[in-house]
Design a protein around this ligand. Structure first.
Ligand SMILES: C[S@@+](CC[C@H](N)C(=O)[O-])C[C@H]1O[C@@H](n2cnc3c(N)ncnc32)[C@H](O)[C@@H]1O
Ligand code: SF4
Length: 400
C-alpha cells in the first residue's frame, strides 16, 4: 500500500554517500546497565540476574532478518551498538550481530562499526574482544574528568579508569571518541575550560560534548524540583557553550553538529546518516528506525521493555510496535529538525523534493536578516553561531 504519494525513489541507494544520499545504517540497542545514572532517561534497565545473551542474540538475528525482508539490497555504511551499556555485552554476542548484519545485507568494505563503552576496568577488559569481532570505532562515556563530579553523576568509574580506557581504545581501535557532560551542578566556567583543555589533549578525531539536560522522570529532575541541584543559569549556560565552541575550534575540532566535534573526515558516519535524513534500521528494545519500504518512508519503533520485546520477537519475528508511513509534510519537518543541527546545514532543494513544498522565502529572509540563519552561494541554509543556542525556536520558524 502506498499512501500520501510516497514511493521509494530510484537512486536512493546509489553508491555515493553524501548529503544528497546519506546511505544506510543499522542501530542495535543493548538496554542494560550496571546501575541507573540519575540524569539518564535512555531506555536502560538494571537487572539483578545475568542476562541470557544467547537468547537476545537469537532475537537480534530475527529482527535483522525482518528488517532486511522489508528493506532488502541495501549497502550497510555503519553499524552502531548503543545503549544502555553495550560494553556489558560479550564480544561473541557483538560478533554474532555483526555476522547477522553481513548475512542480511552487503556491508561496505569501509563500514564504520561503533560500540558505546563505559570506562570501568571490567568493561575495558573486553575491548580487545570487540576489536576482534570487527568493531572499528569506540565511543566512551567519560562524562567528567574529576572524581567528585563523576560521583555526583552516579558514575561507577574514576578519572583514572577513564584515562586508562581512553588510552586502551587509542591503542586498539582505528578510531575512538569520548563523551563529556558539561553544565553540571556547581560547575564554573573556569573549571570547565580547564577540564575541556585536558580532554582535548586526549582526543583523536572526535569528541561529543553534551550540555546537561534535566530529563523528565529522572532523579535529577526530582532533585532540581526540590531545589537541591545548583544548575547553571542562562548566562552561565551560554558562557559554557561559547567556551566549548572556542576551545574545540582552536584545537581543530569544530562542532559539525550541536554537541559533536570532529576534525574533517572524523565525523560519526552513523550519526550523519540520521542528521542527513538517511535510512536506518533500529534493532533491539526501544530502537527507532526510518526505512523506505513498499509503504513509503516508515517511522519504526520497537517495544521498549526488554523482556516484552524478547517475547514479542520470539512469537512474531520482530519487536515493532510502530511502523507507519510518514506523510511528506512529516518527512519535511524531520529533515529540517535533523539537518539544521549540522554545521553544513540543509539544501532547500532537497527539502522541496522530500516535502513537496518550498520553504517560505519571506520567513527565511527575515531569519537571515535577524542573523539566526545564513545562506551560502550554493543556496544551502545553516544556523549561525547566534542562532545555535536557540536552535529549536529557529527550526520551528523555518518549518512553519
Ligand atoms: C546512550 S548515552 C550513554 C552511553 C553509556 N551508557 C554511558 O553512559 O557512557 C550516550 C551519552 O549521552 C549523554 N547523556 C545521557 N543523558 C544525558 C543528559 N541528561 N544530559 C546530557 N547528556 C546526556 C552522555 O554523555 C552519554 O555518554
Ligand atoms: S548514562 Fe549510560 S550507564 Fe548511565 S544509565 Fe544511562 S545508558 Fe546507563
Amino acid at each position: 500500500m502506498i499512501r500520501d504519494g510516497i514511493r521509494p525513489r530510484l537512486g536512493e541507494r546509489s553508491a555515493a554517500v553524501g548529503d544528497a544520499d546519506p546511505g544506510f545504517g543499522v542501530y542495535v540497542h543493548w538496554p542494560f546497565c550496571m546501575s541507573k545514572c540519575p540524569y539518564c532517561d535512555f531506555n536502560s534497565h538494571v537487572r539483578g540476574t545475568p542476562i541470557d545473551e544467547a537468547r537476545y542474540l537469537a532475537a537480534f538475528r530475527a529482527e535483522i532478518r525482518n528488517r532486511a525482508g522489508a528493506a532488502p539490497g541495501r549497502i550497510v555504511r555503519s553499524v552502531f551498538f548503543g545503549g544502555g551499556t553495550p560494553s556489558l555485552m560479550k564480544p561473541e554476542t557483538v560478533q554474532g550481530v555483526i555476522d547477522a548484519v553481513a548475512s542480511a545485507w552487503r556491508v561496505a568494505p569501509d563500514a564504520e562499526i561503533t560500540l558505546e563503552a563505559n570506562p570501568t576496568s571490567v568493561e575495558a577488559e573486553r575491548f580487545r574482544g570487540y576489536r576482534a569481532a570487527g568493531v572499528n570505532r569506540l565511543s566512551i562515556g567519560v562524562q567528567a574528568l574529576n572524581d567528585a563530579d563523576l560521583r555526583a553523576l552516579g558514575r561507577k568509574h574514576t578519572v583514572e579508569e577513564a584515562l586508562a580506557a581512553v588510552g586502551l581504545a587509542a591503542s586498539l581501535f582505528p578510531r575512538f571518541s569520548f563523551d563529556l557532560i558539561y553544565g553540571r551542578p556547581g560547575q564554573a566556567e573556569s573549571g570547565w575550560r580547564a577540564e575541556l583543555a585536558r580532554a582535548l589533549e586526549l582526543v583523536d578525531d572526535h569528541i561529543s560534548l553534551y550540555q546537561l539536560t534535566i530529563e523528565p522522570d529522572t532523579i535529577f529532575e526530582r532533585l532540581r524540583d526540590a531545589g537541591k541541584l545548583r544548575l547553571p543559569d542562562e548566562d552561565l549556560s551560554l558562557a559554557l557553550f561559547r567556551a566549548t565552541r572556542e576551545l574545540t575550534e582552536a584545537r581543530g575540532l569544530p562542532a559539525y553538529e550541536v554537541s559533536n566535534h570532529a576534525r574533517r573526515g572524523g565525523e560519526s558516519r552513523h550519526n550523519l546518516i540520521y542528521w542527513r535524513y538517511g535510512e536506518y534500521a533500529g534493532i533491539g528494545p526501544g530502537a527507532h528506525g526510518r526505512l523506505v519500504t513498499a509503504k513509503g518512508r516508515c517511522a519504526q519503533e520497537t517495544e521498549r521493555h526488554p523482556e516484552m520485546w524478547l517475547t514479542q520477537v520470539e512469537t512474531e519475528g520482530h519487536g515493532l510496535v510502530e511502523n507507519a508511513p510518514l506523510s511528506r509534510e512529516e518527512q519535511g519537518d524531520e529533515f529540517l529538525l535533523m539537518g539544521l543541527r549540522l554545521r553544513e546545514g540543509i539544501d532547500p532543494k532537497r527539502y522541496a523534493k522530500i516535502s513537496g513544498r518550498e520553504l517560505d522565502r519571506e520567513r527565511i529572509a527575515s531569519l537571515v536578516e535577524d542573523g539566526f540563519i545564513e545562506q551560502d552561494a550554493l543556496g544551502r541554509l545553516r544556523v549561525t553561531p547566534v542562532g545555535a543556542p536557540l536552535l529549536d525556536t529557529v527550526v520551528a520558524d523555518v518549518a512553519a
